[in-house]
Design a protein around this ligand. Structure first.
Ligand SMILES: C[S@@+](CC[C@H](N)C(=O)[O-])C[C@H]1O[C@@H](n2cnc3c(N)ncnc32)[C@H](O)[C@@H]1O
Length: 209
């Protein structure tokens, strides 16, 4: 993987993704997450302090991320977490879990980076219980044509500097094509962030059948 992907990028990611405004975004998407939960692309564990833990909230958290560098940086937050977390160093394309195991699944700023999002989302649907919900907070393809053109132009550079992160993924399309039904979706721009990286999708999708 190399020093940049193992050490520098996890450090940079952790530093840039824990501001008060980003934390508020995390709280907003995580406040209704409950039951036995799977989080894909756990990163450095920045969502951990924002889960509502308890009998009516999160009962258990299973998390995965393929990067050992991210997992290493998550260690301190895992020790301080208000619940025990099972963390697997694995990509979302290979979920080693039984069918219909989880009440909820979570992905924040991760579907941009998953190498093969279609099988990852199909697997996620498989491990969700019927009626289970997928909570997502992602950046991706903008609605305005001129922004999309810049996203396409700059995507190769972004993929290099941000370890495979894509600027131009159609998150709504990817989630819908997985067979999950989107029941809530908000599109907006993150404030104080260039629009090509701050075009957001915040939503909830449900597994019907
Ligand atoms: C921008 S970071 C976001 C981390 C975290 N979700 C957050 O909100 O802070 C993207 C994360 O996706 C992870 N990732 C990359 N490929 C992945 C894959 N195939 N499956 C799951 N996670 C992946 C990266 O290792 C990284 O931790």
């Amino acid at each position: 993987m190399g020093f940049y992907a193992d050490c520098i990028f996890p450090w940079l990611m952790d530093l840039s993704m824990r501001s008060e405004s980003i934390s508020a975004e995390r709280r907003r998407v995580l406040r209704d997450v409950a039951g036995d939960v799977l989080e894909i692309g756990f990163g450095t564990g920045l969502n951990l302090p924002h889960y509502v833990v308890g009998p009516d909230g999160v009962r258990s958290l299973t998390a995965l991320d393929p990067s050992r560098g991210m997992a290493k940086r998550a260690a301190r937050r895992l020790r301080q977490a208000p619940l025990a977390v099972r963390l697997e160093v694995l990509p979302a394309e290979r979920l080693p879990f039984a069918d219909e195991q989880f009440d909820a699944a979570v992905s924040t700023w991760t579907l941009c980076s998953v190498a093969d999002p279609a099988p990852a989302l199909a697997g996620l649907r498989r491990v969700l219980k019927r009626g289970g919900r997928f909570f997502f907070l992602e950046h991706g393809r903008a609605q305005a044509e001129h922004l999309r053109r810049w996203q396409d132009r700059l995507n190769p550079l972004q993929r290099r500097i941000a370890c495979g992160c894509n600027l131009n993924r159609d998150i709504e399309g990817l989630v819908s094509q997985s067979g999950l039904r989107i029941i809530e979706l908000e599109r907006y721009f993150l404030p104080r962030v260039p629009k090509i990286v701050g075009s957001m999708y915040r939503g909830v999708a449900v597994r019907d059948g």
